[in-house]
Design a binder for this molecule. Structure first.
Ligand code: GLN
Length: 200
C-alpha cells in the first residue's frame, strides 16, 4: 500500500512536538508514513490524517481563515479522515468556543470554555483513564479548555472531575491536554493510525 501522509497544522503552536510524536508512532507500524507541516492551503487535501496542535486558539483560528486552510480541514473531516486536535486545537475544532475572537471550525459537536482550568490553576498533570487505552495516560494540562457541552454523537473518552477532557466525534479525537508533550504516543496512534488501519 502507498505512503500515509499525516499533516500537522503548523500556523502556530506545538508543531515540532506533534511531528516527533507522529514519527514515534509511525516507527511502530510497518507502513511508510510521511509527516508534512501545513502553513498554507493546498496540502490538507493530500493528507490521510491531520494533527491540530495546541497554542493560542485566537491566533490559530485567524491564520486558518486567512490562509484558507479552515475549509480544507472541514472537508477533510466531512470525508471521514482522522484528526487529532489538542488543547487550542480542540477549541478551534469545536462548535462554540464561547469567545467571539475564535472562529471555530465546528468539526467537533462540543462547546468549550477556554482556559476553564486556567482560571483556577495554570497547569497540572494527572494520570488519566482513557477509553480505548489499557493503562492510564499521563496527561499534561496547560491553560486547558474544558468541554462543557457535547452533542449526541460525541463519545467522552476521559474526564477530570466529571468534566470531559478527551472526546471523539466521528473521525476527530480531541483532547484538552497535550499528548505530544510526553513520550507516550498512544493517543496519536489511537487517533491517527488505528482508524486508518481499520479501513486499510
Ligand atoms: N488556553 C489557550 C487558548 O485558548 C490554549 C492553551 C494551549 O493550547 N496550551 O488558546
Amino acid at each position: 500500500m502507498g505512503e500515509r501522509r499525516i499533516g500537522v497544522v503548523a500556523v502556530q503552536g506545538n508543531v515540532s512536538e506533534h511531528v516527533a510524536a507522529i514519527e514515534r508512532a509511525a516507527a511502530a507500524t510497518t507502513d511508510a508514513v510521511s509527516v508534512v507541516e501545513i502553513r498554507e492551503a493546498g496540502i490538507v487535501p493530500d493528507c490521510d490524517a491531520l494533527a491540530l496542535p495546541g497554542g493560542e486558539s485566537t491566533t490559530i483560528s485567524r491564520l486558518l481563515g486567512s490562509e484558507g486552510i479552515d475549509e480544507e480541514i472541514i472537508a477533510h473531516v466531512e470525508a471521514g479522515k482522522p484528526v487529532l486536535a489538542t488543547c487550542a486545537g480542540l477549541i478551534v475544532a469545536s462548535r462554540d468556543a464561547r469567545d467571539a475572537r475564535v472562529d471555530t471550525l465546528g468539526v467537533v459537536d462540543a462547546a468549550v470554555d477556554r482556559n476553564a482550568f486556567g482560571r483556577q490553576v495554570d497547569s497540572f498533570e494527572a494520570p488519566l483513564d482513557v477509553a480505548g487505552l489499557d493503562e492510564p495516560f499521563h496527561a499534561v494540562f496547560i491553560r486547558a479548555p474544558v468541554v462543557d457541552d457535547v452533542g449526541p454523537g460525541v463519545t467522552v473518552l476521559a474526564t477530570v472531575e466529571d468534566r470531559p477532557v478527551a472526546i471523539r466525534d466521528g473521525p476527530v479525537v480531541a483532547t484538552a491536554f497535550h499528548p505530544e508533550l510526553t513520550d507516550d504516543d498512544r493517543l496519536h496512534r489511537l487517533a491517527l493510525f488505528d482508524p486508518l488501519e481499520a479501513t486499510a
